[in-house]
Design a protein around this ligand. Structure first.
Ligand code: FAD
Length: 327
């Protein structure tokens, strides 16, 4: 019997395990289940290698409330910090394991069902983020272009190519900077007439790159279709003719709440957002959400993930695990 089973070993999942230990929950009473072969899979996949990881990402306040905190650092330093946190706290993480259901028994105990077995726990926290399935465009991606149309720049190396980045947020700007640094000829397509969602640093970077002629910004552009020409492929924009040839496209379109998955667990939704009560508890008592899942429309950051874990654990401890209150 576990006190706390956590699904997802990203910043939020790691943080809530540490917060539980700080609340004197025994290490052997806490289990993290991670579907990838390593922790922080979203950071590994979506962050460019040379990215500056900013503490105040998306203008979020960089005040840390709980046990974990980061300052501005590199991608590797961020991962090293999380490695160290896992090691120092002796966290148990089952890697390459996916859950397919969580059942709540009449006595309040959860059974977490995974590909590797069933785990009984008093409370459960979902910390799977929103990037498991990146947002997809409305146009069709020809199956032959799978390796040439990607949602990140780490799974397929992109060097010395003609690349189109699609998106208008911080990731789009960071991808452009990295792709320029690795010798690519970069264009950036965004459907609006200005970049309203980037932080000041990323906005300045993209404007500087455009001024230096290193990135060709195509505003008010909507892709209509992509046609495979067996070599460079052709992208047709709704209002631009003729089609433009590229070797690679990076779709920086963000992610969204895995609504179906959470609904399957019995969590109520209000529109597209899960119903969240005090301490990030869902409509299922004892089942909590933390990290990007509760960051709302503006998106989250590593520090907001850490802080949500701190607040959720406070509530979990007070309401469910404080044995001093047990009759
Ligand atoms: C390109 C990019 C740049 C960013 N830059 C910054 C920055 O500079 N500074 C900053 O503070 N923030 C940045 N962010 C945001 C930050 O990465 C997120 O807010 C943070 O990682 C959220 O943490 P999380 O633990 O909620 O989710 P995630 O980091 O997404 O972690 C979720 C974990 O759960 C696992 N998982 C998913 N589904 C399952 C499942 N079904 N079963 C088991 N495990 C599962 C995943 O493999 C992953 O390891 C950036 C995000 C992106 C995409």
């Amino acid at each position: 019997m576990y006190d706390l089973v956590i699904i997802g070993a990203g910043p939020a999942g790691i943080a809530i395990a540490v917060e539980a230990i700080k609340s004197c929950i025994g290490r052997d009473k806490i289990l993290i289940i991670e579907k990838s072969s390593d922790h922080s899979a979203s950071i590994r996949r979506f962050y460019p290698e040379t990215k500056l990881v900013t503490a105040n990402y998306k203008g979020k306040e960089s005040v840390c409330l709980g046990a974990l905190c980061i300052a501005d650092s590199s991608k590797q330093e961020t991962l090293d910090y999380l490695d160290q946190v896992i090691m120092e706290n002796g966290l148990t993480i089952h890697f390459s394991e996916e859950i397919y259901g969580i059942e709540k028994l009449p006595d309040g105990i959860f059974i977490v069902k995974s590909s590797h077995g069933h785990y009984h726990t008093k409370t459960c926290t979902i910390a799977i983020g929103i990037l498991g399935r990146p947002n997809r465009p409305s146009y069709k991606i020809p199956p032959t272009l799978r390796d040439k149309v990607t949602f990140d720049i780490t799974t397929v190396p992109v060097k010395n190519k003609k690349v189109l980045v699609v998106g208008g947020g911080d990731s789009a700007s960071e991808y452009c900077l990295n792709l320029v640094e690795t010798g690519n000829k970069v264009s950036l397509s965004y459907r609006r007439d200005s970049f309203g969602r980037m932080n000041d640093l990323n906005l300045k970077n993209i404007q500087d790159l455009a001024a230096e002629g290193k990135v060709n910004i195509i505003l008010n552009s909507n892709i209509e279709k992509i046609v495979d020409m067996e070599g460079p492929f052709v992208v047709y924009f709704e209002s631009f003719l003729p089609g433009q040839k590229y070797d690679h496209i990076v779709l920086a379109l963000g992610g969204s709440t895995p609504k179906n998955f959470l609904k399957l667990l019995g969590i109520d939704f209000n529109g597209n957002e899960p119903v969240i009560k005090r301490g990030y508890e869902t409509s299922v008592p004892g089942l909590f959400l933390v990290g990007d899942l509760v960051s709302g429309k503006g998106g989250g950051s590593i520090i907001t993930a850490f802080n949500s874990a701190h607040q959720a654990m406070k509530h979990i401890f007070d309401e469910y695990l404080n044995t001093n209150l047990a009759p």
